[in-house]
Design a protein around this ligand. Structure first.
Ligand code: KIV
Length: 289
């Protein structure tokens, strides 16, 4: 069911026929009161205008994740993702949405150098896309940068546990927190990010027990991916969730099998073109009368 009509001149989902305004940072923060979240926060990734339009009515937040490196550009990791890519896709997602809070990932190399570098990059992302927040990876080490951004008007989502931009240090994408030391570090990272002012924290690829402990310990909402059902919300890469890839990580639930369905549609089209069954009279222009 669609809850909006499209402006056919621009293909934009706005103006919304449903009175209301975009979900705000304080509204997300307010979802967790006294350490509990009555209704879990729903977040999905989006990289394009059309996908944003389709997901927006169902999501509290849309994340323009740097996972677009692999999903859209076929890159081997998120490391080569650029500011230009994040800004172009971020702007498309903002144009295609009216309800969800849109957050854009800061790409590798755009924020780690110094708080000042991070602020310049975040400001560029916010100005060029119209997004309401940025997300950056890292725990204790990034806490001063998060504080610097938040104090200057940049809402920040933290990201701890498995941090894909650190794949070369971590040596892969395996779950984190299997040893006591690693578990302690993940909790310390989440606390540092929360204390620095992040308005929510993504916890990715960690042992369930640790994710639950993080959610119970920090004040801002904790959004899990490969984490725990006890988190304050969940996020998945939309293309994984829709079954666009034959192989998906263990923590992904496939809600559809779009890859097969697209393959079948393409095969039918190809057969009809080859048999001259497409186009028919319905799809060709002929003189009237
Ligand atoms: O880049 C991304 O899509 C993400 C999510 C997996 C949380 O960071």
């Amino acid at each position: 069911m669609s809850t909006f009509t499209l402006d056919t001149s621009t293909s934009r989902a706005t103006p919304s026929p449903v009175p209301g305004k975009r979900t705000t940072v304080p509204a997300i923060l307010a979802r967790k009161a006294n350490g509990t979240t009555a209704e879990p926060i729903v977040m999905l990734t989006a990289y394009t205008m059309r996908m944003a339009q389709l997901l927006d009515p169902h999501c509290d937040m849309l994340l323009v994740g740097d996972s677009l490196g692999q999903v859209i550009y076929g890159l081997p990791s998120t490391i080569p993702v650029t500011m230009d890519m994040m800004c172009a896709h971020g702007a498309a997602v903002v144009r295609g949405s009216w309800h969800a809070l849109v957050a854009v990932d800061m790409p590798f190399g755009s924020y780690e150098g110094s708080p000042e570098q991070a602020f310049d990059s975040a400001a560029d992302i916010m100005k060029e896309t119209g997004c309401a927040a940025v997300k950056l990876e890292g725990g204790e080490v990034m806490a001063p940068t998060i504080r610097f951004l938040v104090e200057r008007g940049v809402p920040v989502i933290g990201h701890v546990g498995l941090t894909p931009q650190a794949v070369n240090v971590l040596g892969g994408y395996g779950a984190r927190g299997k040893s006591a030391d690693e578990a302690k570090k993940i909790l310390a990272d989440a606390k540092a990010v929360a204390d620095a002012g992040a308005f929510c924290i993504v916890v990715e690829g960690v042992m369930e027990e640790i994710a639950t402990k993080v959610a119970q310990t920090v004040a801002p909402p904790v959004i899990g991916i490969g984490a725990s059902a006890e988190c304050d919300g969940q996020v998945l890469v939309t293309d994984d969730m829709l079954g666009m890839f034959e192989r998906t990580p263990r923590f992904v639930k496939r809600y559809d099998d779009l890859a097969s369905r697209i393959g079948e549609a393409a095969a039918t089209y190809a057969a009809e073109v080859r048999d001259r069954r497409f186009p028919t009279a319905d799809q060709t222009y002929r003189p009237k009368g």
